[in-house]
Design a protein around this ligand. Sequence first.
Ligand code: FE2
Ligand code: FE2
Length: 137
Amino acid sequence: MSEHHIHWSHEFELGIEDIDIQHHFFVNLINRLIDELARPDVTAYRAALISELNAYARFHFISEENLMARAGYPHLDEHRDHHFQLIEQLSAKQNRLMLNDSAEEAEAIIRFLMEWFVNHTTREDRRFVDFTANTGH
Ligand SMILES: [Fe+2]
Ligand SMILES: [Fe+2]
C-alpha cells in the first residue's frame, strides 16, 4: 500500500455498521483508483473505473439518505443537497478527464475524492450519527 493511499483510521468509524462498511469499501475504491490512474497504459479502463466509483457513491448516498429518513433526521434535505453537489462535481471532473485525459485531470479527481471523503464523512455524516446517539434511534 502506498503512502498516497487513504489509510482507514478509527476517526472514520462512525458506529453505524452499514455506513461504516460502505465507507470502507469507498476508500478501497479510491485507493484502487489512485493505483490505476498512476499507470500510463490503462487509459480506456480509467473512465470505467471512475464510473464504478460514481455508481457506488450514488448507491451509498441513497442508502445513507434512507437511514436518515427512517430516523427522522431533521437535516436530511441539507445532507441530500451535499450529496447532490458531490455527484455533480464528480461527474463534471469525469467528463473533463474524458475530453482531456491528462495526469493533471486525473490528479484533480484524486484530490477531490480525498477531500470529499475526509470532509464529508468525518463532518457531515458524523452529524447524523451524533443525532441518532442523542435521540436513541
Ligand atoms: Fe457517507
Ligand atoms: Fe453523507
